[in-house]
Design a protein around this ligand. Sequence first.
Ligand code: CDP
Length: 224
Amino acid sequence: MIAIDGPAGAGKSTCARLLAARLGYRFLDTGALYRAVTCRALWNGLDPSDEEAMAALAERVEITLVAGPPMRVVLDGEDVTAPIRGPAVSNAVSTVAALPRVRTAMVRQQRAFAAAALRDGTGVVAEGRDIGTVVFPDADVKFFLDADPRVRAERRAKERGDGDVASVQREIEARDKMDTERDVAPLRAADDAVRIDSTGKSEADVLAELERAVAARAKRRGGN
Ligand code: CDP
C-alpha cells in the first residue's frame, strides 16, 4: 500500500496513476468518491452541508472506479467521469468532505477497495488528503506532495483548458483552507511521510522520486 496526500493540483493524481501502472498496482482516487457523492447531491437538489441527508446519500450510492486508462467513475450505473470535475462539484466538494458521517462511509469504501485488491494479490496506490494519516496509517510508503499555489493553479487551469488562472487559484486555495481546517481527517502530512515539492519539476521527475523512495523502502524491508 502506497499513500499519497497533498493539496489540489500538486500532481497527486497523475503521479499516483503513473506509479500504479509502473508497479502493476491498482489506483485508488479517493477524491473521485467525494466528488461523485457531491455530484449526486447537487443533481438531487440536496444542501451539501445537510449532514443527515448527505450521510444517507453517501451510505446509499454505489460508486465504482473502473480502471483505465482513462479511469472512469460510475455512480449508480451512470458514467460521471466528466461532471465530477466541473466547477459546481469543485466548489461544493469540500463542504461535503468535512461531514464526519460522509467520511465514515467513504473510508469504508476505500478500505473495501484495498481489501479486494490485496485479496487478488495486487498492491494499491491511494491518493487523497487523509490516506497516510487516517485511511491507511499502516501504508508501506507515504508521500506528501506539494507545490507552490500559483504553479498548482496553472497546472489545474491547463488541464481544464481554463485561461483564468487567478480564479482557479482562488478555488483551490478556498478548498485547501477548508480541507486543512476541518475537524475530521484534515489535510496534513503524516509524520512518517516523504515530502516532495513538485514546483518546477516535471511529472517524470516526480515519478522518478516516488519510484526511488518505494525501491529504497522495499530494500530496507528486505534487509539487504
Ligand atoms: O484533484 P483535486 O486535488 O483537485 O481534488 P480531489 O483529490 O479530487 O479531491 C476533491 C476534494 O475531496 C478535496 O478538496 C477534499 O475536500 C475531498 N477529499 C477528502 O476530503 N479526502 C480525501 N481523501 C480525498 C478528497
